[in-house]
Design a protein around this ligand. Sequence first.
Ligand SMILES: O=C(O)CCC(=O)C(=O)O
Length: 280
Amino acid sequence: MKKIGYHDADTYEFYKKYGFAIFRNVFTPDEVKQLRQGLVESFSQKSSYPDDWDNKELLTSVRFDFFNRYKDFRWVLFKQGITDALNTVLGKPHFILTESVAHYEGFGAWHKDTTTQEKMGERFHYDEDFNMIECGIYLQDNDPVYGGGLDIVPFSHLDKSDPFVPVSGKGKLSGLMNRIKNYTSQKNATKNGVQLETKAGDFVVFNKKATHRASPCNVPSKPKEMEKYAIFFLAGSDNVHVKLYTNFIKKRYDYMKDYKLDEGYRQACEEKGVKLVLPD
Ligand SMILES: O=C(O)CCC(=O)C(=O)O
């Protein structure tokens, strides 16, 4: 796969054309070190939240609702470089969702972040003015052998259909058709995708409709310092789509059913001018 280091990737024009943007050095080496240490500690303890998991195949370990539950990491969201990047890609005002998550050694296959909602019958992501992004803070360089960053298919945010949505129907025939469809979609994405050349502390954003995956780790073990730690959150340019999405995830995730926003988090967002959108 082509490994690409774009140098003009921090503009709205670039994002609109390719479906992603890269903001370099948003976090200093000291901040990266501090964040990695914090995450090493968090992932070394068993989570007290039933929706989190540890040691699963491929996605390994996750901590959901991250900024709400882990107050020591909230500064990440409030950092000026993050706000500037979001202003560039989404405009001002923009909106932050309650969905944020930390990953340890997560290596999922190619997909779109709209695949699940489309499978469940939602279509609002095809609206002309839909502009929602997944935001990723990667705390290691993206390495050709160990991974640690993002692979993405440029222009795929413009697709008019999602090749990862299975054909409908039950039974052996649709099962077989779906295995073939998925195999072909994964293969095509690998052919057309690029590995983003990012460094620890860069901030990567991509349109929720872009086809992407975690850059894979191609060896069975790796040095500790190359282990993958990343923080993701969602944002959008208008609160209509953000609200539609937030209400969709409320149906999907158990923890969203009786979602509790920490008062300190709410206040901090208000003070910093971060517009947090809650489900109805
Ligand atoms: O793990 C990664 O690097 C990619 C993130 C991802 O696939 C997702 O958030 O949907």
